[in-house]
Design a binder for this molecule. Sequence first.
Ligand code: SF4
Ligand code: SF4
Length: 121
Amino acid sequence: MSKEQAERLAKLDPPCHLCTGICCKQMAVEINRSEADNLIGLLLVLEKNPIKYIFSDGDMFKLAADPCPFLEDDKCVIYDHRPKACEAFNCIRALPTTEIMKKNADLRKLLGKYLKDSNIF
Ligand code: SF4
Ligand code: SF4
């Protein structure tokens, strides 16, 4: 990959509008204590059992996403209140390293088409 291609790639937003929330179905999300508290409250509002979805992991917590309990009809129902890690996640930037890329043919197909249409390659 040329330097120019790498720079263009780094600026590209992921095609979430074309996706079915693949990352929300396969990746646990790191959250801090305050996010964990908020999410526990939101899960209770949705009548879902927080014990099934929020785990402590050392000083941090994790929201299980297999799939995420906040994903409904392939959309995040707490989008404006989603954890910082969800906001920051960009599957294109994670492309060379993330396990979901290796495991998920649908995501490889989606990104392959999107990157081709974006004239990156
Ligand atoms: S897998 Fe990528 S395109 Fe799909 S929702 Fe997640 S960040 Fe967006
Ligand atoms: S909180 Fe929302 S954005 Fe984050 S994994 Fe769950 S459904 Fe996806």
